[in-house]
Unconditional design. Structure first.
Ligand code: HEC
Length: 461
């Protein structure tokens, strides 16, 4: 199936390229005859391309972003035209690996390009990557300072508190490295609610060497015999995802009293020695405000068929040049609302889907990440109105696929047997799902609201 998709896409690209050859020639002719750049159908950087780059690329491709080059201006972008064409045509850039043909398509952080936008970029390059009229340029975007907080841009205020890891020096060359410092946190006198949290490696070196990380808050040991409250996962970070902002009215509990914050950081050497220090910023709801919904945030759902026996991932065994499919299901013992879906596999992982089997027998494919790429850890964050609402008794079905053949673009060695493990060359199999469990009343209220909206929409048509 994967092969068929690739072939179809290749073929599409070829037909397109042939078509373009003709049109750019035609354009060149009219260009020669008429006023240059006027009434010309070839897209220009200033008018058609810059707005696309602003929406889908510049977040990373700006001087202090995570991408290797800046694409803010024509001067900066022009030398990359060929490379941009290639990455965009193969849908490798922008990084967005969701199947656009099935399931929910409304995501808050969707930076993917429409077919038309892809065509515009290809036509721009094939037409000579022209600048056009600089007066057509959209107003430039502003970006947070390199070492600033991204969430501050969104919420308009700095974090309420910051927790800092201890420094770690990543060697220039060698194996992946893990760093797990524990930091004391004095805490607040009363229970508070978390609205957002951001995981910020130091700039610029730390951003390069940090592959992923988590920060958990654990209440200090309580009185003897008392149960230690569950750890609160403040935030998880992976390349392409560094923060969580919960929807207005949804909060995560920050228990009162002192605690420790434990970091779990996965570094990889990048050819130069780098000393990193991680800051975790946390934004709270105001002291007197109790959010209407309490969430546990992103929860880990194993996709290995073994979670019930706690033999984590013992089912991962992929033969050389072979493939693997694993499925798992979870029965919702409480109604739930899903905010986000973030598959996590390693280099052989190629696809993960999430399907709901509702109590009435209806089955709905919610999201399918069918071009999974281990180099990116993307959380697909649903628009508020499209968050899956699962009645009690719904079965949430997860399915992962792995490809250990040479056809897998990033397979480091198809001749190896692959088993579970923490290194990128070993495999993992889980999804981080942003999930909020609801009371029956909250579920009924939301379900009624949505039903009413659907009727309204129906009436409008
Ligand atoms: C989420 C961050 C992000 C976004 C959004 C993004 N890129 Fe990238 N891009 C990267 C990173 C990181 C790399 C380097 C790693 C790699 O090559 O994949 C990269 C690499 C590239 C390269 C290859 C550069 C080379 O060395 O040859 C091109 C071309 C590119 N991006 C173009 C684009 C375009 C065009 C868009 C928008 C349509 C875009 N990118 C959106 C992060 C991003």
């Amino acid at each position: 199936m994967a092969m068929a998709t690739i072939n179809a896409r290749r073929l599409g690209g070829l037909v397109l390229a042939l078509g373009l050859g003709v049109s750019s020639q035609a354009v060149a002719q009219t260009g020669a005859a008429g006023a240059p750049g006027e009434a010309d159908e070839t897209p220009t950087f200033s008018k058609e391309v810059a707005p696309i780059l602003q929406r889908s690329c510049q977040n990373c491709h700006q001087p202090t972003g995570i991408a290797p080059m800046s694409l803010l201006t024509y001067r900066e972008a022009r030398p990359w035209a060929r490379s941009i064409r290639d990455r965009v045509e193969r849908r490798l850039m922008p990084p967005w690996h969701l199947d656009g043909s099935v399931g929910i398509q409304a995501y808050k952080n969707d930076i993917s390009l429409s077919d038309d936008e892809v065509d515009t970029i290809l036509n721009w390059v094939d037409g000579g990557a022209l600048e056009g009229n600089p007066a057509d340029m959209p107003a430039p975007l502003t970006f947070p300072p390199a070492d600033g907080w991204a969430v501050e841009q969104e919420l308009g205020r700095p974090p309420d508190f910051i927790i800092q890891s201890t420094p770690y020096t990543v060697v220039a060359n060698g194996q992946d490295q893990w760093w797990e410092p524990e930091i004391e946190f004095e805490g607040f006198d009363t229970e508070r609610y978390i609205r957002a949290a951001e995981f910020k490696p130091s700039f610029p070196g730390g951003m390069k060497v940090t592959h992923h990380g988590h920060a958990y808050l654990r209440a200090k040991e309580t009185e003897e015999g008392e149960e230690r409250p569950r750890a609160v996962r403040l935030v998880g970070m992976g390349i392409g995802k560094r923060w969580d902002v919960l929807p207005e009215g949804v909060g995560k509990v920050l228990p009162p009293g002192s605690s420790t914050v434990s970091f779990n950081i996965h570094y990889f050497p990048v050819g130069e020695e780098v000393t990193d220090l991680i800051d975790v910023g946390v934004w709270l709801y105001p002291e007197d405000e109790v959010p209407t919904k309490i969430t546990a945030g992103e929860q880990q759902f194993y996709v290995d068929g073994t979670h019930r026996e706690r033999l984590r991932a013992s089912d991962i065994l992929i033969p050389p040049h072979g493939s693997l499919v694993l499925e798992d299901q979870y029965v919702m013992e409480q109604p739930a609302l899903i905010q986000s879906f973030r598959p996590h596999m390693h280099m052989r992982g190629t696809e993960m889907s999430m399907t709901a089997l509702y109590p009435d027998g209806r089955r709905e494919l919610l999201s399918n990440v069918n071009r999974y790429d281990h180099n990116w850890q993307i959380a697909y964050v649903y628009d508020e109105d499209s968050q899956p609402l699962l009645p009690k008794g719904t079965v949430l079905m997860l399915r992962g696929k792995w490809d250990n053949s040479a056809a897998n673009r990033i397979n480091p060695d198809p001749d190896q047997w692959v088993v579970f493990g923490a290194r990128g060359v070993d495999e993992m199999s889980h999804a981080w799902i942003g999930i909020t469990y609801l009371s029956d009343e909250q579920y009924d209220e939301l379900a009624t609201e949505r039903a009413a909206r659907e009727t309204d929409d129906g009436n409008e048509q």
